[in-house]
Design a protein around this ligand. Structure first.
Ligand code: SF4
Length: 226
């Protein structure tokens, strides 16, 4: 991705796949841009891992956080833990704390890479390794990797591991919306586990559509125009 220079970045949340991506990218270009989100609700273990990553790779990590005025208005209107109420409020929270900050982070970026894998969920089964998304090139070089291949790479290269992984967390996002999973459960079963029959996506990689999109947009409009 040398042709893109500073217009290329990897986006990671420092889970095992994100660490593989970061390690590969840093080997190819030690100055690669690394973007991440700090939603304001991350587990302490994620912050601790970010510090270990900085030390090991001697790289800068560009952290994008939600707009504090948007968070203040959202939580004032709907409560701090609004995501527990109904899926529409959960998706609103993900829009404010994740989707909008990433949109800001990707300004000026023409190509970005993620650690998504097709095996992670049915919704991710059709991920392309290279696609156009919102006018940018989006790369998912690990799309066809299995969980075993990720583990093999992590172990072979002694990559830093998220402390929650050892406690049964297979997919790690915000602290109140993530739990450990039981043997045999799908990888993303620990995300928003209280929702029944809903997409296990926050909107970063698959936006809500139809009536849900309209409902989220209406709530978002109240916040942005309030
Ligand atoms: S994962 Fe939970 S706390 Fe984090 S942005 Fe989404 S709803 Fe909000």
């Amino acid at each position: 991705m040398g042709e893109y220079g500073d217009r290329f970045a990897i986006v990671t949340s420092f889970q095992a796949e994100g660490m593989v991506l970061l390690d590969m990218a840093a080997r190819a270009n030690p100055g690669v841009r690394v973007l991440t989100l700090d939603t304001g609700r991350l587990p302490e273990e994620t912050h601790e891992l970010m510090d270990r990553v900085r030390e090991r790779y001697r790289i800068g990590i560009e952290i994008f956080a939600p707009d504090h005025r948007e968070v203040e208005r959202m939580t004032s209107l709907h409560g701090t833990n609004l995501f527990r109420r109904e899926p529409v409020f959960r998706k609103l929270c993900c829009q404010i704390r994740k989707v909008r900050p990433l949109d800001r982070g990707l300004q000026g970026v023409s190509a970005w890479a993620t650690g998504l894998r097709r095996e992670q969920s049915e919704e991710r089964a059709g991920i392309a390794k290279v696609e156009q998304s919102s006018g940018r090139l989006k790369l998912s070089p690990l799309a066809d990797w299995t969980a075993a291949q990720v583990e093999e790479y992590v172990a072979a290269n002694d990559l830093p591991r998220h402390a929650l992984a050892a406690r049964g967390y297979r997919s790690i996002g915000c602290a109140p919306c993530t739990r450990a999973i039981q043997p045999g459960e799908p990888e993303r079963a620990g995300r928003w586990w209280w929702e029944e029959g809903m997409s296990k996506e926050c909107g970063l990689h698959a936006a809500p559509g139809g009536a849900m999109k309209r409902a989220v947009d209406a709530l978002l409009g109240d916040i942005l125009n309030g």
